[in-house]
Design a protein around this ligand. Structure first.
Ligand SMILES: [Zn+2]
Length: 83
């Protein structure tokens, strides 16, 4: 990746060091994560204060080296998480 993907799941964002500001309310929707490419609850990287792109790439590389994972089962379409 040379630029930020439109959507990222919370797992990847946090793995890359992204943190939601205290009290921040992000709107997640069901989509495809631009990092792990799984279908998950995703939101904008803005909500995680834009973790470093190199770290997102590192998370992606690590996942791609792991055994190919199946998609998670369909989940809730839209969920709000308060941090
Ligand atoms: Zn992800």
């Amino acid at each position: 990746m040379t630029e930020y993907p439109a959507w990222v799941c919370g797992e990847c964002a946090e793995e890359a060091g992204g943190r939601m500001p205290e009290g921040h309310l992000a709107t997640f929707h069901h989509g495809r994560c631009g990092v792990c490419e799984k279908k998950a609850a995703v939101t904008e990287l803005r909500d995680f204060r834009y973790p470093a792109l190199e770290r997102l790439n590192a998370v992606r590389a690590k996942l791609q080296n792991a055994a190919p994972a199946g998609n998670k089962p369909e989940e809730v379409l839209e969920t709000e998480y308060a941090y």
